[in-house]
Design a protein around this ligand. Sequence first.
Ligand SMILES: Cc1cc2nc3c(=O)[nH]c(=O)nc-3n(C[C@H](O)[C@H](O)[C@H](O)COP(=O)(O)O)c2cc1C
Length: 171
Amino acid sequence: MYVEVPVEVLQMNPFTAIGKDSFLITAGTPDKYNTMTASWGSMGVLWGRNIVTLYVRKSRYTHQLLEENDGFTVSFFPPDMKKQLLWCGSHSGRDFDKVKETGLQPTFISSPRGPERVTFKAATLVFSCTKAACYDLDNSHFLLNQINDFYLDGDFHTVYIGFIDSILSSQ
Ligand SMILES: Cc1cc2nc3c(=O)[nH]c(=O)nc-3n(C[C@H](O)[C@H](O)[C@H](O)COP(=O)(O)O)c2cc1C
């Protein structure tokens, strides 16, 4: 069960929570969704709103679901879920049923627009977001040559900026 928490009481360190612990990006509806592990992302303020920014390569099945839907969830888990997160980060939802393979239990949360969004019962902190903007990265954006090393295969990230609708904490 989740309670909504105001952003002012958040205790998380975004650098360790995102970059070290990783999180799940989940896009879609209760009928059709997918989740993937991410450790690149950012949180902040833009256009007068609190935002989460995701960086998702076009090859990901989750990219397709992000394109098809108005919103997404960003879910953080306790350390004992690391194995499941690594599994979701090394297999595609195109080939596997991630819920079946990992034992993650989906749960659905209301959205201010359209169908419910999806997260997982084991998540301790969930950001429910509406897509506000997205754009594709390409070489012309990079000012430091070393960044090109991340895209030798041409699999560029799409940047998704999401307005945070609610922050839910498990009880
Ligand atoms: C720790 C970790 C962090 C990752 N971070 C990202 C990320 O920020 N962006 C991204 O596009 N892929 C990232 N990945 C790779 C995707 O999670 C992986 O390709 C996944 O299988 C995609 O699943 P899908 O095809 O079902 O969407 C990460 C993988 C791991 C293990």
